[in-house]
Design a protein. Structure first.
Length: 254
């Protein structure tokens, strides 16, 4: 019996060692309908801090690069003395506009949002997946968090389907009972996301499924998501005619 217990313990510890960061860093908000695609990362309260610079935020297609060349440290809590909410980082899929806001650089544009620019292949606004990964290959079992979304037109893109299948294989996304993988993706409407809509993570436990996200008309980069408004019905929120963006302006000079 003792030998059996030791074997089981070894297997459990070995499994944990494969992915020590899983569950610590999450995809929190996704925007794929505007002029520049972006995603927001959030560090969970269970983790004191994490340097995310060596990770990839990627849909895997094309050539992609690491988040940054120097440390970008997130914290599991907001630190009052810093210019931004330390739990969040916003990653733009475009070349640098004002420089990466690394630990050393600070808040370069004084807008209170930690912003990083990765000149990666942008998100697709039909069928798409996006991942936080230790590399740029979904088949290497390095996925830390994963999301898939679709317009559910009845025929999934085969390349995206292969990425979703890898995530399902390693337990990072849940498949549906349907033979069409689009049915396990978060629904973004028949025409995809609008410039004002985002997929926002619900304030619930991470289930690695489409139930983790809701399409909303609220973009809140660098801040907590807005999921429901007073009197709103449950389910997918209908996009408003005008985008609601919570984004603090530049800090005033002393």
């Amino acid at each position: 019996m003792k030998g059996l217990i030791q074997t089981v313990t070894f297997l459990i510890l070995g499994t944990i060692a494969l992915s020590p960061l899983r569950g610590d860093i999450l995809l929190n908000e996704i925007s794929a309908g505007g002029s520049t695609d972006w995603i927001e990362l959030k560090l969970t309260p269970d983790t004191d801090s994490m340097d995310i610079s060596g990770l990839f935020v990627t849909m895997y297609y094309g050539t992609n690069r690491r988040i940054a060349d120097s440390p970008v440290t997130l914290y599991g809590r907001d630190i009052p003395d810093t210019p931004w909410d330390d739990r969040f980082a916003v990653i733009y899929f475009t070349s640098a506009q004002s420089g990466d806001e690394t630990d050393e650089a600070g808040d370069l544009n004084n807008n209170g949002i930690r912003e990083i620019y990765c000149d990666n292949y942008g998100l697709w606004n039909t069928d798409c997946s996006v991942s936080i990964d230790t590399d740029d290959d979904p088949a290497n079992n390095g996925i830390l968090d994963f999301a898939a979304f679709s317009n559910r037109d009845g025929s999934i893109n085969t390349t995206v389907a292969s990425y979703i299948s890898s995530a399902i294989k390693y337990g990072m996304w849940h498949e549906s009972l349907s033979s069409n993988l689009q049915d396990c993706c978060s629904y973004i409407g028949p025409d995809g996301m609008n410039s004002w809509s985002t997929l926002s993570r619900n304030d619930t436990a991470d289930t690695n499924s489409m139930d983790d996200f809701m399409l909303t008309p609220y973009a809140t980069p660098g801040k907590e998501n807005i999921i429901n408004t007073p009197g709103a019905r449950s389910g997918i929120l209908r996009p408003l005619k005008k985008r609601i963006l919570y984004k603090p302006g530049p800090a005033s000079a002393d």
